[in-house]
Design a binder for this molecule. Sequence first.
Ligand code: ADP
Ligand code: MG
Length: 227
Amino acid sequence: MELQIKNLRKIFRTDSVETVALNDVSFTVTDGSFVAIMGPSGCGKSTLLNILGLLDNPTGGQYLLDGERVDNLKESQRTRYRRGRIGFIFQSFNLIEEMNIRDNIMLPLNNLSIPSEEKKERVEMAMKRMGIAHRANHYPSQLSGGQQQRAAIARAIVARPGLILADEPTGNLDSKNGLEVMELLSELHREGSTVIMVTHSQRDATYADRIINLFDGSIVETLNDRL
Ligand code: ADP
Ligand code: MG
């Protein structure tokens, strides 16, 4: 998918404080890119990724996805738009504890008009691909961190979204599991998905074809030495 971000602003207001989390951020991501977003803690990375993933709206500016304005949608419209188009991977996995792994991965398909047999097949394929098919009936807490992150990736890709967003996907993993997660993201990118990832890791950033550096809510540098 192609993303156009123009003069994006995000201000968080609580009773007495106002935080400018994003200040006039502009960039374009071409279809099929792999972008890494980097920068110190608190500089606005998650805020930006959440807006790109339609989990939140900006305070100002424009966001176009494949040429369509999406910065001013109501929450219900955002949810509908995300379905089947955007897969989101969280640092803390965000699996639902009360559901087994199979049902967690089925979630993004629940409201798509696909025959239920195909839904089941897709879930089984996603679990196999992520190497967690033998944990289908387990609950998240019964899995290791690496397995939980793979389940979360299976959930993010089961609807075959064109855009995959990952917020510090290796942040809670040991080095070996982190490397495996990066190889998986890289494979999805090679298959044609647009991937945007927040990371603190120089190693992870080498998988991207472009790096956007944020500082205090603004872009300070974009590197695309591999383009
Ligand atoms: P990063 O992911 O780069 O560590 P964040 O995007 O989470 O940074 O946060 C950017 C800034 O916005 C921080 O100052 C943070 O405290 C503030 N912030 C983030 N989310 C909220 C929120 N829901 N309400 C108020 N302030 C927030
Ligand atoms: Mg963050």
